[in-house]
Design a protein around this ligand. Structure first.
Ligand code: NAD
Length: 378
C-alpha cells in the first residue's frame, strides 16, 4: 500500500510569508508513517530552508508534482483558482480558506474536499489545538503594539532622566478579543498607559484583568454581545452614536490600535476621518481590521502606511501575523498538525462528518458543497 501523502504549498497571495508546515511538524508527520512533499521554497520567507524540510524527512518537489501526487494539500490561504482547477477529484485541501461561496464552488468543481480552519467552532475545548484564528490573532496583537511603539516618535514608558521626565504614551486598544488583549498586554509591558474598549460587556473585565483601564463611551451601545462569544453588528443609529462618542474622547490618546470584527460582516467603522483630525501630530493609528472589505479606521489602506496632513500616521495592517512569519508559521503548523491527526488515522483518510468539529470545518466533501450560500460564518 502506498503511504498517504501530505503536500505543503508555497503560498502565493501577496504579502503572505507564512507556511503551513515547519520542519518540526514535518518530522512528526513522517514519523507517524505519512509521506510529506514540500513545494520548493515553501518555507523560505518564514526562515525555513528546503534543506531543513529534507532533513526532517520531506521530499522537496515542484508544484506540478505536488498537485498531482498529494492526497492532502496544506496551505495558509487558498491557492489561486487556476491551481485549484488543476487539483484532482479525491484530494483534500486544508487551510484558512475564506468562507466564500465562489471559492468553495471552485473546490467542488475540482471534486475536492475543502477544509477551513476559519469555520472551527472555537468554543469547544477539543478545538483549542486547532484554533488558528486565536494563534494568529495573538501574534498580530503583539506585533501591533511593537509596531506602534517603533512608529511612535516618543517613548512608551515614563522615563526620568537628567533632562526631565518623559510622559508615558497613552494607548487605546479598540476591540478586546484575542488580538486586542494581546496588544493590551504587550503595550502594558512596554510601559504605556493602556485603555481598552469593546462593545461586549464581559470584555470590560478582561481589559481590567490585564491592568488596563476600560473606556466608557457612556452608553453609546447597550449590550453588544452576539452569539458564540462574538460581537453583534450594530444598527446604523448605534454605529453613529459610537463614532460620535469616540470622537469626543480620542484626543486623550497618542496611539490607537483597532481590532474590531463581527463574524461574516465587514469590519465596523470605528474611527472616522473627523475623529482622526482631533488626534495630536505624531499620533499613530494601527488598523488590524484593514482588508479588502474595509477596516475600522476611515482611510486606512491595507498593507500601507498613510501619513495624514496633521502628522498622524495610519497603518493598515490586516495581516500582521505574516510579518512574524517564523513564529506565526510555527504556531499555525501545530494547528494544522492537530487537524491532520483528526482527518487521517493509521495512514488513511478518516473524515467523520458526525464529529462536531469536522462537520463544521469540512465545507466541501468530495465535490459536494456542505455549507450555506455565504459559505457559513465561523
Ligand atoms: P473577533 O476577531 O471577532 O473581534 C475582535 C473584537 O472586536 C471582539 O472582542 C468584538 O467584541 C469586538 N468588536 C466587534 N465590533 C465592535 C465594535 N463596533 N466596537 C468595539 N468592539 C467591537 O473576536 P475574537 O478575538 O476572535 O474573539 C471573540 C471572543 O471569542 C472573545 O471573547 C474570545 O475570548 C472568545 N474566544 C473564545 C475561545 C474559546 O473559548 N476557546 C477561543 C477564541 C475566542
Amino acid at each position: 500500500m502506498t503511504a498517504f501523502r501530505i503536500g505543503v504549498l508555497k503560498e502565493t497571495a501577496p504579502g503572505e510569508r507564512r507556511v503551513a508546515a515547519v520542519p518540526d511538524t514535518v518530522a512528526r508527520l513522517c514519523s507517524s508513517g505519512l509521506e510529506v512533499l514540500v513545494e520548493r521554497g515553501a518555507g523560505a520567507q518564514a526562515g525555513m530552508p528546503d534543506s531543513a524540510y529534507a532533513q526532517a524527512g520531506a521530499a522537496i518537489v515542484e508544484s506540478g508534482e505536488l498537485d498531482a501526487r498529494a492526497d492532502l494539500v496544506l496551505c495558509v490561504a487558498a491557492p489561486d483558482r487556476s491551481r485549484i482547477a488543476g487539483l484532482h477529484a479525491g484530494q483534500i485541501l486544508a487551510g484558512m480558506l475564506e468562507p466564500d461561496a465562489e471559492l468553495f464552488d471552485a473546490c467542488a468543481r475540482s471534486g475536492l474536499t475543502a477544509v477551513s480552519l476559519l469555520l472551527l467552532p472555537r468554543t469547544l475545548s477539543r478545538a483549542q489545538s486547532l484554533d488558528a484564528l486565536t494563534s494568529q490573532a495573538n501574534i498580530a496583537g503583539y506585533r501591533a503594539a511593537v509596531l506602534a511603539a517603533a512608529t511612535y516618535e516618543r517613548f512608551f514608558p515614563m522615563l526620568t532622566t537628567a533632562t526631565g521626565t518623559m510622559q508615558p504614551a497613552r494607548v487605546l486598544v479598540m476591540g478586546a478579543g484575542v488580538a486586542g488583549l494581546s496588544a493590551i498586554g504587550t503595550a502594558r509591558r512596554l510601559g504605556a498607559i493602556v485603555t481598552g474598549y469593546d462593545i461586549r460587556p464581559e470584555a470590560a473585565d478582561d481589559v481590567r484583568s490585564m491592568g488596563a483601564r476600560f473606556l466608557d463611551l457612556r452608553g453609546a451601545v447597550a449590550g453588544g454581545a452576539g452569539s458564540g462569544g462574538y460581537a453583534r453588528a450594530l444598527s446604523e443609529h448605534e454605529r453613529d452614536a459610537q463614532q460620535a462618542a469616540l470622537r469626543e474622547r480620542i484626543h486623550e490618546f497618542d496611539v490607537v490600535i483597532t481590532t474590531a470584527q463581527v463574524p461574516g460582516r465587514r469590519p465596523p467603522l470605528l474611527v472616522t476621518a473627523e475623529a482622526l483630525k482631533s488626534l495630536r501630530p505624531g499620533s499613530v493609528v494601527i488598523d488590524l481590521a484593514a482588508g479588502p472589505r474595509g477596516g475600522n479606521v476611515e482611510g486606512s489602506v491595507p498593507d500601507s502606511t498613510v501619513v495624514l496632513e496633521g502628522g498622524i500616521t495610519v497603518i493598515g495592517a490586516g495581516n500582521l501575523a505574516s510579518s512574524m512569519a517564523s513564529a506565526a508559521s510555527g504556531a499555525y503548523a501545530r494547528n494544522i498538525a492537530a487537524l491532520v491527526a483528526l482527518l487521517v488515522h493509521d495512514g488513511a483518510p478518516a473524515i467523520d462528518l458526525e464529529d462536531e468539529i469536522q462537520d463544521a470545518v469540512v465545507a466541501v466533501y468530495r465535490g459536494a458543497l456542505r455549507h450555506t450560500e455565504d459559505g457559513g460564518a465561523r
